[in-house]
Design a protein around this ligand. Structure first.
Ligand SMILES: C[S@@+](CC[C@H](N)C(=O)[O-])C[C@H]1O[C@@H](n2cnc3c(N)ncnc32)[C@H](O)[C@@H]1O
Length: 305
């Protein structure tokens, strides 16, 4: 992927989270910091792109919008996977908080992107050693952006560049000071679909290998139907097309019925799996602003055997 595309997709997720924090109440996850990662020019460019995307994909809906702000809100709430980004982060942080009450002291944010946990959740972050792991290109962009903004990197944070398709996560974490004897929590959000399936399970095995028994992981994945255009929901097909166009195609979907067995083979025990219906019930009930659980996306909470 080109640098400009890495920057664009990293900032897009910050834009979506920032838009939600500024406009939607009650918040699913309030990320006041995300918006600060974008300049005014970048913000305006994303809004113009959203308006154009609505015109291109849903011309009738676009024609009914009173102004750009309404068009942007419609895209953010109804089409982009904002509801997924917010609810999976909320789920991971809820599970992390519970794990901390059981003694977890290390937190690995795998594929962190522009996640703002270190600044947004100081209440949790200050009590943890945090390892932000990401593809070297994405992480280099984030570090450049943080330095440009003058955000202070907390002393308990380590940045670990790893391409999960080429490098060993366990070796990189150990080299960064990860303590294999300390109960740990790993979040792995929005990444599995970008990896070939073998790399995804190799990563899970490495997590199980480097973390002591009882350590926990939360990840999300797309089911295999999301990859069948005649079975997938409209907005999932639309998103797949956008990602292909952007040069970031989704590669891997998993079968919800097979997850428990695949985790066991990887050294993990399935504690909980949330289907889109369960996610809807947990995070989107009684909302009337257009947010609802993204179709075909599942959340998993597992523990190291
Ligand atoms: C959609 S973003 C998710 C960011 C964040 N976790 C979230 O939930 O918003 C996907 C992340 O996967 C990372 N990623 C994609 N391919 C990767 C690879 N081969 N190795 C490591 N990270 C990768 C990207 O760098 C990016 O940070």
């Amino acid at each position: 992927m080109e640098v400009s595309q890495i920057k664009r997709s990293a900032l897009m997720s910050a834009f979506l989270r920032g838009h939600h924090a500024a406009h939607d109440h009650p918040a699913i996850l309030r990320d006041e910091w995300a918006r600060k990662l974008l300049s005014e020019e970048e913000l305006a460019a994303f809004e113009a792109t959203m308006e154009k995307a609505l015109e291109a994909a849903m011309p009738d809906q676009a024609a009914a919008m009173p102004d750009r702000a309404a068009a942007v809100a419609c895209m953010v709430r109804d089409y982009f996977p904002t509801s997924l980004f917010l609810s999976r982060a909320k789920y991971a942080e809820q599970m992390l908080e519970q794990a901390m009450s059981r003694g977890v002291k290390q937190y690995v944010i795998l594929g962190a992107g522009m996640d703002t946990f270190l600044w947004r959740r100081k209440d949790l972050a200050d009590r943890l050693d945090v390892f932000e792991v990401d593809h070297p290109a994405t992480q280099a962009f984030k570090q450049e952006r943080l330095a440009g903004l003058g955000w202070r990197i907390p002393q308990n944070a380590r940045f670990v560049p790893v391409d999960l398709t080429r490098q060993r996560l366990d070796e990189a974490l150990r080299a960064a000071g990860f303590d294999s004897g300390a109960p740990s929590f790993v979040s792995w959000l929005g990444v599995i679909h970008y990896l070939p399936q073998d790399d995804a399970f190799a990563t899970l095995r490495m997590i199980a290998g480097i973390c002591p028994e009882g350590s926990e992981i939360v990840f999300d994945y797309w089911d295999t139907e999301a990859f069948l255009p005649d079975r997938a929901a409209y907005r999932v097909n639309w998103m797949q097309e956008m990602l292909r166009y952007a040069g970031e195609p989704m590669l891997t979907g998993l079968d919800p019925a097979a997850i428990a067995g695949q985790l066991r083979e990887s050294g993990l025990h399935l504690r909980e799996q949330l289907s889109p219906e369960a996610i809807q019930e947990r995070y989107f009930m009684n909302r009337s602003d257009g947010y609802y659980a993204y179709e075909h996306a599942y959340f998993v909470h597992a523990a190291v055997l």
